[in-house]
Design a protein around this ligand. Structure first.
Ligand code: SF4
Ligand code: SF4
Ligand SMILES: [Zn+2]
Length: 153
């Protein structure tokens, strides 16, 4: 049985989310801590398909929409990419991945997608998992080609 905890309904890979990985100093983590009055000790998320969600994702209209339609994820939706999914990337580089991810999921299934995502975000040198906005591995200094430059703060 494949563990799909980190397969978000919207097509994001929660396994590279800085909240999930608790990457202190990351711009998304800083934003979530501030918005929800959390500390690094109280920040916790186990992925979109679990009941242990960060407050930043507890009221997600995309997840709610897919669930209300009785869909396994947006990858199964005839309306994909709907307006909400198409607009996901505005202001967030990692959000631009969702249409490609959902298309891959639809065509190849969860097992293949999760394996490809795990490989995409892993440091090729030391195996540490990089998060969406890490361009260099903090453990060994290797460039992480999957990572995005963080927005100007
Ligand atoms: S905070 Fe949201 S995107 Fe990040 S791991 Fe949790 S559910 Fe996934
Ligand atoms: S309309 Fe379809 S693709 Fe758009 S959020 Fe709802 S389930 Fe996902
Ligand atoms: Zn490394």
């Amino acid at each position: 049985m494949v563990d799909r905890s980190v397969e978000a309904f919207c097509g994001l890979y929660c396994g590279a989310c800085p909240v999930y990985l608790k990457r202190e100093g990351d711009w998304i983590v800083r934003h979530v801590l501030k918005e929800h009055a959390l500390s690094m000790e109280t920040l916790h998320c186990e992925g979109c398909r679990t009941d242990m969600l960060s407050p930043s994702c507890q009221h997600c209209v995309v997840r709610d929409c897919a669930k209300q339609k009785g869909l396994d994820s947006c990858s199964q939706c005839a309306e994909m990419p709907c307006e909400g999914i198409a607009g996901f990337g505005s202001g967030r580089s990692h959000g631009c991945e969702v249409i490609g991810n959902l298309t891959f999921l639809r065509d190849n299934g969860s097992k293949a997608w999760l394996a490809s995502q795990a490989a995409q975000w892993q440091c090729p040198m030391c195996g540490r998992v990089g998060s969406w906005y890490e361009t260099t591995c903090s453990q060994c200094g290797t460039a992480l080609p999957a990572g995005y430059d963080p927005p100007e703060s």
